[in-house]
Ligand binder design. Structure first.
Ligand SMILES: Cc1cc2nc3c(=O)[nH]c(=O)nc-3n(C[C@H](O)[C@H](O)[C@H](O)COP(=O)(O)O)c2cc1C
Length: 327
């Protein structure tokens, strides 16, 4: 029987399947179902940095406290900790009830006071922290270096406060992707999650409205992360976790061949139910048996660019060939 165990950021996972951060992993009942279905680890839904420190401004901002200073003190004090305490409660409950690693997650866009709170995730027992980072590079006066420096500053500030492994989950808006990933790994990121799938707009041409593009991904969306994991996994010291578009065992196997240490599932669980985890892990196992692989290390990364017999297939020369037919 094949051994599906893997190591991700130093965490021992019984298999490479991680239930990704989403509303699904925001309550104990669902998280337990993920474990029962065979998940190797779970990433809890993200806490937003604003929920850690700035929330009080939003919560008390609209209220007229002229005549109610007691009420102001109450709201000001209680709301500061409200979401953080609720989230820490989720981490604590998850740790008490589950035996698989529990990864906390913060959605962050700026350095600042909130990073001081990171140690509370560690103290409550989180096995790792995933920084779900996204700065939309749409401000025409902010250059790429400034944005990249901000990502690294957040990572370094968090790392100063905790000893558990930290991963960064990023999008694909980097002109110097390879350099940035290397910088993040050198700055202490033990895991690189490629890629998050952010909200995108669509346009309703009948009602002339902006609407959301589909929330659920499609299996054809794996290719961008697949390419970057294949390009980077042989060069970077951090572990890669593949996200976006992994709906079946086939997608998971492709990512492992490219060099990922784990794969994260979200849309397929929302669409097909948490029990789909079992199907995907069985699918990986069946494939390993068929190919005579007894453990993940037998095939992990064998099709990364570094290990490939055809490294040019990952780069421009292949693109030119396919477009203009040069041989
Ligand atoms: C409804 C929904 C909620 C999500 N919430 C979070 C979140 O809180 N934190 C996070 O890092 N990613 C979040 N994501 C992104 C997923 O974790 C995942 O990275 C993304 O959907 C791509 O993977 P998929 O193709 O398997 O869906 C969310 C996705 C969906 C669809």
């Amino acid at each position: 029987m094949s051994d599906l165990s893997t190591s991700y950021m130093g965490l021992k996972l019984k298999n490479p399947i991680i239930a990704a951060s989403s509303s699904l992993t925001g309550n104990l009942e669902n998280i337990k179902k993920c474990e029962d279905a065979g998940a190797g680890a779970v990433v809890l839904k993200s806490l937003f940095e604003e929920q850690i420190t700035s929330d009080k401004n939003r919560m008390v901002g609209d209220m007229n406290f002229d005549a109610y200073t007691d009420a102001y003190d109450f709201f000001n004090a209680s709301s500061t900790d409200y979401y953080l305490d609720e989230y820490l409660g989720l981490v604590e409950d998850a740790k008490e009830s589950l035996s698989i690693p529990v990864i906390a997650s913060v959605n962050c866009v700026s350095p600042g006071q909130w990073t001081d709170y990171a140690e509370r995730f560690e103290n409550i027992g989180a096995d790792a922290l995933e920084l779900n980072m996204f700065i939309l590079p749409s401000n025409i006066s902010t250059d790429g270096k400034t944005i990249e420096d901000t990502y690294i500053k957040i990572l370094e500030d968090v790392k100063k406060n905790i000893n558990i492994p930290v991963s960064i989950k990023i999008g694909y808006h980097f002109s110097g992707m390879g350099n940035f990933i290397n910088r993040a790994a050198s700055s202490g990121a033990q895991g690189i999650v490629l890629f998050n799938r952010f909200y995108k707009i669509d346009i309703d041409i009948e009602h002339l409205n902006i609407k959301s593009s589909p929330i659920i991904s499609d299996p054809s969306e794996i290719h961008l992360a697949l390419q970057w994991i294949a390009l980077m996994s042989g060069e970077i010291s951090a572990d890669f976790s593949a996200a976006t578009g992994v709906h079946y065992a086939e997608g998971a196997i492709k990512h492992l061949l490219a060099g990922a240490s784990s794969v994260q599932l979200c849309s397929t669980l929302l669409k097909n139910g948490v029990s789909h985890i079992t199907e995907i892990s069985s699918g990986i196992e069946e494939w390993m048996d068929r190919k005579n692989y007894t453990k993940i290390a037998d095939f992990k990364g064998i099709l990364s660019q570094e290990n490939s017999k055809h490294p040019e297939a990952y780069e421009r020369s292949q693109f030119i060939k396919s477009v203009v037919g040069l041989s």
